[in-house]
Design a protein around this ligand. Structure first.
Ligand code: KIV
Length: 263
Protein backbone atom coordinates (compact mmCIF):
# COMPACT_ATOMS: atom_id res chain seq x y z
CA UNK A 1 0.00 0.00 0.00
CA UNK A 2 1.20 3.51 -0.70
CA UNK A 3 0.64 6.63 1.39
CA UNK A 4 -2.27 8.14 -0.61
CA UNK A 5 -4.34 4.95 -0.08
CA UNK A 6 -3.62 5.02 3.62
CA UNK A 7 -4.50 8.71 3.85
CA UNK A 8 -7.76 8.02 2.00
CA UNK A 9 -8.69 5.39 4.61
CA UNK A 10 -7.93 7.72 7.52
CA UNK A 11 -9.60 10.68 5.75
CA UNK A 12 -12.75 8.57 5.33
CA UNK A 13 -12.93 8.10 9.10
CA UNK A 14 -11.56 4.55 9.26
CA UNK A 15 -9.35 4.00 12.32
CA UNK A 16 -5.88 2.72 11.44
CA UNK A 17 -4.68 -0.44 13.21
CA UNK A 18 -0.91 -0.35 13.71
CA UNK A 19 1.42 -2.90 15.32
CA UNK A 20 5.15 -3.14 15.66
CA UNK A 21 6.66 -5.90 13.56
CA UNK A 22 10.24 -7.09 13.33
CA UNK A 23 10.33 -10.23 11.15
CA UNK A 24 8.90 -11.90 8.05
CA UNK A 25 6.66 -14.46 9.83
CA UNK A 26 4.76 -11.82 11.76
CA UNK A 27 4.72 -9.49 8.75
CA UNK A 28 2.84 -12.22 6.83
CA UNK A 29 0.43 -12.85 9.69
CA UNK A 30 -0.21 -9.19 10.53
CA UNK A 31 -0.79 -8.34 6.87
CA UNK A 32 -3.20 -11.27 6.48
CA UNK A 33 -5.09 -10.10 9.61
CA UNK A 34 -5.69 -6.63 8.16
CA UNK A 35 -3.17 -4.58 10.15
CA UNK A 36 -2.84 -1.31 8.20
CA UNK A 37 0.67 -0.30 9.23
CA UNK A 38 3.61 -2.48 10.25
CA UNK A 39 5.94 -0.36 12.39
CA UNK A 40 9.51 -1.64 12.40
CA UNK A 41 10.06 0.06 15.73
CA UNK A 42 13.39 0.54 17.41
CA UNK A 43 11.53 -1.04 20.34
CA UNK A 44 13.15 -4.15 18.83
CA UNK A 45 16.10 -3.14 21.01
CA UNK A 46 14.00 -4.33 23.93
CA UNK A 47 11.61 -6.92 22.46
CA UNK A 48 14.11 -8.74 20.21
CA UNK A 49 17.54 -7.84 21.55
CA UNK A 50 16.79 -7.73 25.28
CA UNK A 51 18.22 -4.27 25.98
CA UNK A 52 16.70 -1.97 28.61
CA UNK A 53 16.18 0.88 26.11
CA UNK A 54 16.01 1.56 22.36
CA UNK A 55 19.31 3.46 22.42
CA UNK A 56 21.74 0.68 21.35
CA UNK A 57 19.86 -0.09 18.11
CA UNK A 58 21.87 0.67 14.97
CA UNK A 59 20.82 1.77 11.49
CA UNK A 60 22.07 -1.50 9.98
CA UNK A 61 19.99 -3.50 12.48
CA UNK A 62 16.92 -1.43 11.53
CA UNK A 63 17.62 -2.07 7.83
CA UNK A 64 17.99 -5.82 8.47
CA UNK A 65 14.61 -6.05 10.24
CA UNK A 66 12.92 -3.75 7.70
CA UNK A 67 14.08 -6.03 4.86
CA UNK A 68 12.66 -9.08 6.64
CA UNK A 69 9.33 -7.35 7.31
CA UNK A 70 9.08 -6.11 3.72
CA UNK A 71 9.65 -9.64 2.36
CA UNK A 72 6.95 -11.09 4.63
CA UNK A 73 4.44 -8.35 3.81
CA UNK A 74 5.05 -8.81 0.07
CA UNK A 75 4.59 -12.58 0.35
CA UNK A 76 1.24 -11.94 2.05
CA UNK A 77 0.16 -9.96 -1.02
CA UNK A 78 1.18 -6.45 0.07
CA UNK A 79 -1.62 -4.47 1.66
CA UNK A 80 0.28 -3.23 4.70
CA UNK A 81 2.21 0.03 4.82
CA UNK A 82 5.68 -0.19 6.39
CA UNK A 83 7.07 2.52 8.67
CA UNK A 84 10.63 2.14 9.97
CA UNK A 85 12.17 4.01 12.90
CA UNK A 86 15.31 6.04 12.40
CA UNK A 87 17.34 4.88 15.41
CA UNK A 88 19.04 7.14 17.94
CA UNK A 89 22.05 8.94 16.51
CA UNK A 90 21.13 8.34 12.86
CA UNK A 91 19.36 11.65 12.17
CA UNK A 92 20.01 14.25 14.89
CA UNK A 93 23.37 15.47 13.55
CA UNK A 94 22.22 17.11 10.30
CA UNK A 95 19.52 16.92 7.62
CA UNK A 96 22.12 15.29 5.33
CA UNK A 97 22.83 12.55 7.89
CA UNK A 98 19.06 12.02 8.26
CA UNK A 99 18.64 11.72 4.49
CA UNK A 100 21.40 9.11 4.18
CA UNK A 101 19.84 7.08 7.01
CA UNK A 102 16.32 7.41 5.62
CA UNK A 103 17.51 6.35 2.16
CA UNK A 104 18.96 3.16 3.69
CA UNK A 105 15.60 2.30 5.29
CA UNK A 106 13.56 3.12 2.17
CA UNK A 107 15.91 0.94 0.13
CA UNK A 108 15.31 -1.84 2.68
CA UNK A 109 11.57 -1.67 1.96
CA UNK A 110 10.11 0.98 4.28
CA UNK A 111 7.39 3.23 2.86
CA UNK A 112 8.02 5.93 5.48
CA UNK A 113 10.51 6.72 8.24
CA UNK A 114 9.70 7.86 11.77
CA UNK A 115 11.78 10.19 13.93
CA UNK A 116 11.35 11.44 17.48
CA UNK A 117 11.22 15.12 18.37
CA UNK A 118 9.50 18.46 17.90
CA UNK A 119 10.20 21.76 16.15
CA UNK A 120 13.96 21.29 16.57
CA UNK A 121 13.66 18.72 13.76
CA UNK A 122 11.54 20.89 11.44
CA UNK A 123 14.45 21.68 9.10
CA UNK A 124 15.37 17.98 8.92
CA UNK A 125 11.78 16.93 8.19
CA UNK A 126 11.50 19.53 5.44
CA UNK A 127 14.83 18.41 3.93
CA UNK A 128 13.68 14.78 3.86
CA UNK A 129 10.22 15.52 2.48
CA UNK A 130 11.60 17.67 -0.35
CA UNK A 131 13.77 14.73 -1.38
CA UNK A 132 10.92 12.22 -1.55
CA UNK A 133 11.08 10.71 1.94
CA UNK A 134 7.68 10.37 3.64
CA UNK A 135 8.08 11.27 7.34
CA UNK A 136 6.15 10.28 10.44
CA UNK A 137 6.91 12.49 13.44
CA UNK A 138 6.69 11.27 17.05
CA UNK A 139 5.79 13.54 19.99
CA UNK A 140 5.02 13.05 23.68
CA UNK A 141 7.00 10.33 25.41
CA UNK A 142 10.10 9.85 23.27
CA UNK A 143 11.80 6.54 24.15
CA UNK A 144 15.10 7.76 22.63
CA UNK A 145 15.08 10.58 25.24
CA UNK A 146 14.59 8.21 28.18
CA UNK A 147 17.80 9.44 29.83
CA UNK A 148 16.22 12.89 30.10
CA UNK A 149 12.56 12.09 30.79
CA UNK A 150 12.34 8.51 32.03
CA UNK A 151 9.32 6.49 30.83
CA UNK A 152 6.80 9.00 32.16
CA UNK A 153 3.67 10.48 30.62
CA UNK A 154 4.38 13.84 28.98
CA UNK A 155 2.70 17.22 28.35
CA UNK A 156 0.68 17.11 31.56
CA UNK A 157 0.76 20.84 32.31
CA UNK A 158 -0.64 23.66 30.19
CA UNK A 159 2.75 25.00 29.05
CA UNK A 160 4.04 21.60 27.90
CA UNK A 161 0.71 20.84 26.21
CA UNK A 162 0.85 24.14 24.32
CA UNK A 163 4.44 23.38 23.23
CA UNK A 164 3.47 19.93 21.97
CA UNK A 165 0.50 21.28 20.00
CA UNK A 166 2.67 23.97 18.44
CA UNK A 167 5.37 21.38 17.55
CA UNK A 168 2.70 19.24 15.87
CA UNK A 169 1.44 22.15 13.78
CA UNK A 170 4.99 23.08 12.73
CA UNK A 171 5.92 19.49 11.80
CA UNK A 172 2.80 19.21 9.64
CA UNK A 173 3.59 22.56 8.01
CA UNK A 174 7.05 21.36 6.93
CA UNK A 175 5.63 18.19 5.41
CA UNK A 176 5.29 15.40 8.03
CA UNK A 177 2.51 13.10 6.77
CA UNK A 178 1.75 11.22 10.00
CA UNK A 179 2.21 11.81 13.73
CA UNK A 180 2.62 9.33 16.58
CA UNK A 181 1.43 10.69 19.93
CA UNK A 182 2.76 8.69 22.88
CA UNK A 183 1.66 8.88 26.53
CA UNK A 184 -0.08 12.24 26.58
CA UNK A 185 -3.46 13.29 28.02
CA UNK A 186 -6.36 12.24 25.83
CA UNK A 187 -7.75 15.80 25.66
CA UNK A 188 -4.46 17.02 24.19
CA UNK A 189 -4.38 14.16 21.67
CA UNK A 190 -7.95 15.05 20.70
CA UNK A 191 -7.06 18.72 20.23
CA UNK A 192 -3.99 17.91 18.11
CA UNK A 193 -5.96 15.41 16.01
CA UNK A 194 -8.62 18.05 15.33
CA UNK A 195 -6.07 20.72 14.43
CA UNK A 196 -4.07 18.58 11.99
CA UNK A 197 -5.06 17.21 8.61
CA UNK A 198 -2.48 14.37 8.77
CA UNK A 199 -3.39 11.16 10.63
CA UNK A 200 -2.44 10.90 14.30
CA UNK A 201 -1.59 7.47 15.69
CA UNK A 202 -1.95 7.16 19.45
CA UNK A 203 -0.20 4.98 22.00
CA UNK A 204 -1.37 5.76 25.51
CA UNK A 205 -3.04 8.89 24.10
CA UNK A 206 -6.74 8.00 24.29
CA UNK A 207 -9.39 7.10 21.73
CA UNK A 208 -9.53 10.25 19.60
CA UNK A 209 -6.49 9.66 17.39
CA UNK A 210 -6.95 8.49 13.79
CA UNK A 211 -5.26 5.19 14.61
CA UNK A 212 -3.76 3.16 17.43
CA UNK A 213 -0.36 1.51 17.72
CA UNK A 214 0.84 -1.05 20.25
CA UNK A 215 3.98 -3.10 20.61
CA UNK A 216 3.26 -6.59 19.23
CA UNK A 217 4.69 -8.37 22.29
CA UNK A 218 2.36 -6.34 24.56
CA UNK A 219 -0.81 -7.49 22.76
CA UNK A 220 0.45 -11.09 22.72
CA UNK A 221 0.95 -11.15 26.49
CA UNK A 222 4.73 -11.59 26.17
CA UNK A 223 5.82 -8.49 28.09
CA UNK A 224 6.53 -9.13 31.79
CA UNK A 225 5.51 -5.60 32.91
CA UNK A 226 3.48 -4.08 30.07
CA UNK A 227 2.64 -0.36 30.11
CA UNK A 228 -0.72 0.59 31.64
CA UNK A 229 -2.10 1.70 28.26
CA UNK A 230 -1.45 -1.68 26.60
CA UNK A 231 -3.86 -4.62 26.45
CA UNK A 232 -3.27 -8.35 26.17
CA UNK A 233 -5.48 -9.45 23.24
CA UNK A 234 -4.56 -13.13 23.62
CA UNK A 235 -6.93 -13.61 26.55
CA UNK A 236 -9.62 -15.92 25.13
CA UNK A 237 -8.36 -15.51 21.56
CA UNK A 238 -7.25 -19.14 21.10
CA UNK A 239 -4.52 -18.44 18.54
CA UNK A 240 -2.03 -15.78 17.46
CA UNK A 241 -4.27 -15.00 14.51
CA UNK A 242 -7.27 -14.67 16.85
CA UNK A 243 -5.41 -12.23 19.11
CA UNK A 244 -4.21 -10.06 16.26
CA UNK A 245 -7.64 -10.01 14.60
CA UNK A 246 -9.18 -9.06 17.98
CA UNK A 247 -6.79 -6.08 18.18
CA UNK A 248 -7.63 -4.95 14.62
CA UNK A 249 -11.37 -5.28 15.28
CA UNK A 250 -11.13 -3.40 18.61
CA UNK A 251 -9.28 -0.51 16.95
CA UNK A 252 -11.59 -0.36 13.93
CA UNK A 253 -14.75 -0.34 16.08
CA UNK A 254 -13.34 2.10 18.62
CA UNK A 255 -13.57 -0.48 21.43
CA UNK A 256 -9.84 0.01 22.11
CA UNK A 257 -8.53 2.04 23.82
CA UNK A 258 -11.13 2.21 26.59
CA UNK A 259 -11.09 4.75 29.45
CA UNK A 260 -8.86 2.44 31.52
CA UNK A 261 -6.09 2.81 28.90
CA UNK A 262 -6.00 6.61 28.87
CA UNK A 263 -5.53 9.51 31.25
O1 KIV B 1 9.60 1.70 18.54
C1 KIV B 1 8.39 1.62 18.74
O2 KIV B 1 7.83 0.54 19.00
C2 KIV B 1 7.60 2.85 18.72
C3 KIV B 1 6.20 2.77 19.25
C4 KIV B 1 6.25 2.78 20.73
C5 KIV B 1 5.33 3.84 18.71
O3 KIV B 1 8.06 3.87 18.33
Amino acid sequence: MFLPQLEKKAGGGEKLAVLTCYDASFARLLTACGVDILLVGDSLGMTVQGHATTLPVTLEQMAYHTEAVARGATEAGGGAFIVADLPFGSYQQSPEQAFASAARLLAAGANMVKLEGGAVLARTVEFLVRRGVPVCAHLGLLPQSVNTTGYRAQARDAKAAEQLASDAVELEAVGARMLVLESIPLVLAEEVTQRLAIPTIGIGAGPHCNGQVLVLQDILGLTPRPPRFAKDFMAGAGSLEGGIRAFVQAVKTGAFPGPEHAF
